[in-house]
Write a protein of this length. Sequence first.
Length: 301
Amino acid sequence: MGRTPLRPDWIALDWGTTHVRAWAMTAGGDVLANTHSASGMGTLGADGYAPALAALTEEWELPQPCPVLACGMVGARQGWVDAGYAAVPTAPLSVPPVRVPDAPEQWNVRIVPGLSQTRPPDVMRGEETQIAGFLSLNPKFDGTLCLPGSHTKWVQISAGEVVSFQTSMTGEFYAALSKHTVLRHSIGTGWDDTAFTEAVSDGLSRPEALAARAFQIRADALLNGMDEATAAARLSGLLIGSELAHARPYWLGMPVAIIGAPQLAARYAAALEAQGVSPIIARADACTLAGLKAAYAAWKE
């Protein structure tokens, strides 16, 4: 006997620059299955999204047309369709999802718009769905959300709205410095908690010295034999500490929740705890799915 085919009512998609993840969903919001691929926005041309979606869901028996709700870089200017932005202050899902007009007729694809801020200028795409998901799970939360990643977001939340936010390219800076500068000769795998905590304090108290402190990592490795794990932790700590210095108005004296992948969220939590902050930690994937479910429920009303 063959397997009973999987019959979702709709598809939830988290479509980023390097990867895409799909959830097969029931009308009531239950997950039947999930899958993923490396067909991120960065690898696709305008005509590549529909085939990538078909390949991702080929083992599922889909309704015709199949409702698909997506968030992330699929809605960027270089994505399937430019989904635009909603200006803050606003609720994270205040603007309805944008229809993809050239999707094949078997798909009814909508993309969640991002959020924008005029002064200082800033944008987010994908994080708005994580924020919406977190707020659906924690509806009384007022305070600051930290969403660490390549571009870490600090977000002020009040009465269910995003009031303001700021982005730091900390993760991208770490990748660039550790792989494409002289520091690549000193930084490797492994980790040193003590070195990280000390470097966070250094970066927070002297953010203007970041460039000099970064080169000292290389010099310390050459002259004193500092190991690769300590070097990695020190660079990360300096960058996150400098970020915390700039983001101080967001976290000082405020309730803070971190939405992120477990390892990176733990590093930010350790950095904040050293400053007397006790953050809540929420998983990014759980918040993304909760946000897509909230967006789909609003779409179908």
